[in-house]
Design a protein around this ligand. Structure first.
Ligand code: COA
Length: 144
């Protein structure tokens, strides 16, 4: 939750509350991955530098949330965490990973470098705190 609060710009309203995360984790198929500032899995109760929240349905998995705390960015941690998410998904028999991103998010560089490709568009899907509308782009990464 510390990374969640630091990582998401309030303009876009993308951060989830603790109870939203807890409820998601109570549903079947949801999992989280954590990474520390050295690129390893943090020891229990040690601080995380980043996290991913994913939800699997049959052989598809959706990357619901993905973030690295601002102070640890541009060191390859995001790329490493994403690679770990993809590898563990493939191991679990997932055949495709999906994610939805607002148009213009810098994360697109990272997603494309990891092999994600755009497959869909929802025009004006998001609304910012200032009232502007932004498209949502769906990306897919095949794992089979
Ligand atoms: C997107 C995010 C996870 C990237 O984390 P990161 O640890 O900085 O990513 P990496 O250091 O692994 O970056 C890998 C590559 O992605 C690209 N990239 C990452 N951030 C970028 C940025 N702000 N602008 C341009 N390219 C960027 C670069 O190509 C980078 O490689 P380089 O540093 O060698 O140029 C992080 O910026 C973040 O948490 N953003 C806010 C939350 C968010 O929007 N999450 C995604 C939507 S849910």
């Amino acid at each position: 939750m510390a990374v969640m609060q630091a990582a998401f710009d309030p303009l876009y309203g993308e951060a989830w509350t603790r109870s939203q995360v807890e409820n998601a984790l109570l549903l079947g198929g949801c999992r989280t991955l954590l990474i520390d500032q050295h690129g390893a899995e943090p020891a229990e109760s040690a601080p995380a530098a980043g996290f991913a929240l994913l939800r699997a349905t049959l052989d598809e998995e959706e990357l619901l949330l993905f973030a690295i705390a601002p102070r640890w960015r541009r060191r390859g941690l995001g790329a490493r965490l994403l690679a770990r998410a993809l590898a563990s998904a493939a191991e679990a028999g997932i055949t495709r990973m999906l994610l939805e991103m607002r148009r213009g998010n810098e994360a697109e560089h990272l997603y494309r470098a990891a092999g994600f490709e755009p497959i869909g568009l929802r025009p004006n899907y998001y609304r910012t705190a200032k009232g502007d509308r932004l498209d949502a782009i769906t990306f897919e990464r095949r794992l089979d």
